[in-house]
Design a protein around this ligand. Structure first.
Ligand code: NDP
Ligand code: 8X3
Length: 253
């Protein structure tokens, strides 16, 4: 029987690359996001190429009611969840504390923190019942070290780090693994979203760098998820070779 992974934010970037990786390894997938057309296209593509089954669920992780409706009554054959990848997230704006948009701050906290909590709590009962499971949370290097104008994005990812560590402790007795993945710069739609469609500014983030690719993170997540039952990676920071922290880059001239 195929294992099952739930991947939030599978319509782009790291989540989409994880869907590809887990599908290639014969997982059946529950994929989520707000863009239904992308979810449907991904479902069709993965089912055709890998002969697996994909259940697309379209909702906004900020909406607790929608999360509970989507996950509260999963069909019987989708309830044995082996892996949850809490990936849906975003940065909005890169402004100094006194100038930043309050609505951007609220969206980041509601998505990166509240969304992750809603999804985790909605799916945990299935893992508790099965006495097994693996929750993999996407934090960030921004959740390890703040940087100028990172303020609330950093705060949201520091929260993810703290939540991940406390989940690990509290879920220990239930045989549920918890892993925090903390990437540096990964070239996805992340910067385009952060800079609200400004392609030039978004592209400049990666100038002079060979940044991480979404597939690099998916490979790392797959490694963590496919270790033997007695092994758990708790916390992992990963950057491209030219990055050594939020401030240390060795860019090509
Ligand atoms: P992308 O913008 O490429 O993908 C983000 C995904 O999150 C999309 O599928 C998007 O789907 C989904 N998403 C965003 N908001 C919501 C929402 N409210 N409800 C449901 N889904 C949502 O970014 P990445 O792949 O780079 O980012 C994935 C995760 O990795 C994020 O948590 C990010 O913070 C983290 N990360 C990224 C880094 C980077 O440099 N790229 C570095 C470190 C961490 P849709 O729009 O369809 O809803
Ligand atoms: C994304 C990485 O450095 O842009 O989480 O905040 S960074």
């Amino acid at each position: 029987m195929n294992k099952i992974a739930v991947i939030t934010g599978a319509t782009a970037g790291i989540g989409k690359a994880c869907a590809e990786k887990f599908a290639a390894n014969q997982y059946n997938l529950i994929i989520t996001g707000r863009r239904n057309d992308r979810l449907s296209a991904l479902q069709t593509d993965l089912e055709k190429r890998y002969h697996i089954v994909v259940l697309p669920l379209c909702f906004d992780v900020q909406d607790k009611q929608a999360v509970d409706t989507a996950f509260g009554n999963l069909p019987e054959n989708w309830q044995s969840i082996d892996v949850l990848i809490n990936n849906a997230g975003l940065a909005l704006g890169r402004d100094s504390f006194e100038d930043a948009d309050m609505a951007d701050w609220e969206t980041m906290l509601n998505t990166n923190v509240h969304g992750l909590l809603y999804v985790s709590r909605a799916l945990l009962p299935y893992m508790l019942r099965a006495k097994k499971g693996h929750i993999i949370n996407l934090g960030s290097i921004a959740g390890k070290e703040v940087y100028e104008k990172g303020n609330v994005y950093c705060a949201s990812k520091f929260a993810v780090d703290a939540i991940t560590k406390s989940m690990r402790v509290d879920l220990l007795k239930h045989n549920i693994k918890v892993t925090g993945i903390h990437p540096g710069a990964v070239e996805t739609e992340f910067s385009l979203v952060r800079f609200k469609g400004d392609e030039k500014t978004a592209g400049s983030v990666y100038n002079g760098l060979t940044p991480l690719k979404a597939e690099d993170i998916a490979d790392t997540i797959w490694y963590c998820a496919s270790l033997p039952a007695h092994v758990c990676i708790n916390d992992l920071v990963i950057t491209c070779t030219q990055q050594a922290g939020t401030y240390y880059f060795h860019k090509n001239q």
